[in-house]
Design a protein around this ligand. Structure first.
Ligand code: NDP
Length: 331
């Protein structure tokens, strides 16, 4: 049998268990030019929330009663495809199924001798590349500058902060628990951290942690946290809008202070992006991230939960901050 998870409802507000449905199918068989894949690791990511609604976006919405898909690592267990052999591991956007067939299009072979397989979903995968390109291409941090990262203890944020340290910056991270803030400093080498859930005045906390102001803000969360960082942005500062998880479950468009005035006053730049914009440079990014990993300049955290059945809960837990580093399901 083949366990599959389909989208049962389009979530309203926070996603819940009833939005997902487990369906048992027959195990698929391959024909010529195909491979049979057994899923090993599944990545759950905040952007999947957007694909569960039917609003127009940069990726097509998931269809109701059809399997959900996300970045995954799978093992080739049968092959009738000349480019793949039994025992190969591949990474790609795969369906939430224990077994599936593929024609190999858009699959990348990954080498478990070079890095742990799960790392290809995080630091050496989509979230690592997001951190690298967002920071270097838009933030363009210079040695000695101050960088603030929100969602700092997550998959993207924890890598952003470390890259900024490698580039010689002072790095302040914002996260949701004291334990995470401690981890930012002890494990990832951030200079300081702020727990947005306990601090009374975020604007002041950022000003105190950044006596020279904020030159670069890498924003993973949006909302009130970002409003407080924007006030502290320096002249010619850069605001990298990577994500806005604080608003993903909102049913009405959130409002807040207007940004125009301080952008003008500070001649600051604010730019959104999606990692796919840099697809042509992915191999360059991977090489750089692998090199830093090998040199022990970069490290990473993972929250790995086990079992196919835990995929929906692991996804929902992203919105409760249950993960440290990359949230991954081991099948
Ligand atoms: P994370 O690993 O950071 O996981 C999500 C984290 O967000 C949680 O652990 C939680 O940490 C925090 N969070 C949850 N709800 C809120 C809230 N209401 N307010 C503030 N923080 C909250 O996820 P990723 O690293 O994968 O993604 C980070 C961001 O980057 C997301 O917004 C995502 O959509 C975006 N992204 C954008 C890409 C692009 O191409 N532009 C590509 C990849 C990701 P805490 O305990 O600190 O609250």
């Amino acid at each position: 049998m083949n366990n599959t998870i389909v989208l049962n409802n389009r979530p309203t507000g926070k996603p819940q268990e009833s939005d997902f449905k487990f369906v048992n199918e027959d195990k698929p068989e391959i024909t010529n030019g195909e491979i049979l894949l057994k899923t090993k690791f599944v990545s759950v990511d905040p952007y999947l929330r957007g694909r569960m609604s039917d609003a127009e976006s940069y990726v097509a919405p998931f269809e109701l009663n059809e399997p959900i898909s996300s970045g995954s690592i799978a093992e080739v267990i049968e092959s009738k495809h000349e480019a793949f052999k039994k025992g190969d591991f591949v990474s790609g956007a795969l369906e939430w199924k224990e077994y599936q067939t593929s024609k190999g299009k858009d699959l990348l072979k990954v080498d478990e001798n070079k890095a742990a397989l799960s790392a290809y979903l995080g630091v050496l995968g989509m979230t690592g590349l997001t951190a690298y390109f967002g920071l270097t291409e838009i933030g363009k941090p210079k040695k000695g500058e101050t960088i603030v990262v929100s969602g700092a203890a997550g998959a993207v944020g924890s890598i952003v902060g470390q890259i900024a340290k490698i580039l010689g910056c002072r790095v302040i991270g914002i996260a949701g628990t004291d334990e995470k803030v401690e981890m930012l400093k002890s494990k990832f080498g951030f200079d300081d951290g702020i727990n947005y859930n306990t601090v009374k005045d975020m604007t002041k906390a950022i000003a105190d942690a950044c006596p020279n102001g904020v030159d670069v803000y890498f924003d993973n969360v949006g909302g009130d946290i970002s409003d407080s960082v924007h006030v502290n942005i320096n002249r010619l500062g850069r605001i990298i809008v990577c994500g806005a998880i604080s608003g993903y479950n909102e049913t009405a468009v959130p409002t807040g202070p207007r940004v125009e005035h301080f952008l003008i006053r500070k001649s600051a730049l604010m730019q959104g992006f999606i990692v796919g914009n840099y697809a042509e440079k992915f191999s360059e990014g991977m090489q750089q991230l692998s090199k830093w990993l090998k040199e022990d300049k970069l490290t990473y955290s993972e929250t790995i939960v086990e079992g196919f059945d835990t995929i929906p809960q692991a996804f929902m837990d992203l919105f409760e901050g249950k993960n440290k580093g990359k949230m991954i399901i081991k099948i």
